[in-house]
Design a protein around this ligand. Structure first.
Ligand SMILES: Cc1cc2nc3c(=O)[nH]c(=O)nc-3n(C[C@H](O)[C@H](O)[C@H](O)COP(=O)(O)OP(=O)(O)OC[C@H]3O[C@@H](n4cnc5c(N)ncnc54)[C@H](O)[C@@H]3O)c2cc1C
Length: 335
């Protein structure tokens, strides 16, 4: 079997877990094995059903009292014990912070190699793998010799796709975990961003140096508000102190995968592009038709963003305004 580790938090399946299952399906088919999932620290039936919808035939529900909140040593050790128990051909998680951390801990428990951030995996002897570094600006070809490959797939390398209403079988597993493994356990969360966030937003309105000032971002905030999206920016902008680092898209910022990325006043340097290239559609607004981002965009407006952005926002608002009822053609007739 190919075992996929499901990332979840407080009853919510992470999008990364759906991506990992989507990435794993063709790999399981190439290996000729079943696709199983490991649900560690929860037995929530909604999560089991979600795993089934994304192709898991069996979900291994791993329960222990120290797994009720996330802790890398505890979850990694539980995963290592599950791997020993169910003997999978290979194990895969998504390369989020938690995914890489959990897999690294399990790999060290099992004394096995781990290859992270994979974008392509071809099983064989040895396994041929392409993995990304530096946010995707460098691709490395790797050969892996291991009795049991442990892998993480790059975040947003695939878009998650359900396969339909497949009911997964459930198998319970109780690991034998020592209390001392609860060395770092999540106790509380302070959510700094409410609602839609940069990594998950379906619309990102990005601004670069061409925006001109911190105040200049007000027109992007307005447009993002109209579209239910969020504002992103380039590193030039964070360096200038116009926006916080959490808004930065790119190699040293966030990797985004929205349906639409509106990149205004951004040149599209490679370090920015690697964070934006998973966008499904890109609209570039730039005064320079030779800018990199213009060459990569699906659509481009060659003009001053200070004119284009307010015009888009005004047009959206105009179209959304309820229209006054049109006068009846028969009014006054026969009066
Ligand atoms: C190790 C390393 C890591 C990096 N990581 C990142 C990263 O994570 N993210 C990132 O973004 N960058 C990163 N960079 C920086 C990157 O190389 C670029 O310098 C940066 O992306 C440029 O930002 P920019 O496009 O906003 O600015 P510029 O390159 O100065 O481009 C500004 C653009 O605005 C256009 N413009 C100007 N005025 C207007 C106007 N009125 N209307 C419309 N268009 C206008 C110009 O034509 C130009 O194309 C990194 C660099 C290094 C060395």
């Amino acid at each position: 079997m190919l075992l996929v580790v499901l990332e979840h938090d407080r009853g919510e399946m992470a999008e990364a877990a759906r991506e990992a299952l989507t990435f794993a399906r063709p790999l399981a088919a190439a290996l000729g094995v079943e696709l199983h999932a490991a649900l560690i620290g929860s037995s929530d039936s909604n999560l089991v059903a979600e795993a089934g919808r994304h192709g898991a035939e069996t979900v291994h529900v791993v329960r222990h009292e120290i797994l009720s909140e996330y802790g890398p040593e505890a979850v990694g050790s539980a995963l290592a014990e599950l791997i020993d128990e169910v003997d999978p051909t290979a194990v895969l998680a998504c390369a989020t912070d938690r995914g890489n951390e959990t897999m690294a801990f399990a790999a060290s428990c099992l004394d096995m190699p781990l290859v992270t951030n994979c974008v392509e995996v071809v099983p064989g002897d040895p396994w041929e793998i392409t993995r990304m570094q530096w946010g995707g600006s460098l691709l490395e070809d790797v050969t892996l010799v291991s009795a049991r490959p442990l892998l993480t797939c790059g975040l947003h390398v695939v878009a998650s796709e359900p396969v339909g209403p497949v009911e997964a079988a459930v198998e319970e597993f109780q690991p034998d975990l020592d209390e001392s493994l609860a060395r770092s356990i999540l106790r509380d969360r302070v959510v700094l961003t409410q609602g839609v966030t940069l990594p998950t937003a379906q619309v990102v309105c990005g601004g670069g140096r061409g925006v001109g000032s911190a105040d200049g971002f007000a027109i992007l905030d307005e447009l993002a508000g109209e579209l239910g999206g969020v504002v992103g920016c380039s590193r030039a902008v964070t360096n200038l102190g116009w926006r916080p680092h959490k808004d930065q898209v790119g190699q040293t910022g966030t990797r985004i995968a929205p349906e639409v990325y509106i990149a205004s006043g951004i040149s599209g340097a490679i370090q920015h592009w690697v964070g934006a290239m998973a966008s499904q559609h890109i609209l570039a607004i730039n005064t320079d038709r030779e800018a990199n981002i213009v060459a990569k965009a699906d659509w481009a407006v060659i003009a001053d963003l200070h004119e284009v952005i307010p015009a888009i926002t005004a047009e959206i608002r105009r179209r959304r305004r309820p229209r006054p009822p049109s006068p009846s053609p028969n009014r006054n007739q026969g009066a």
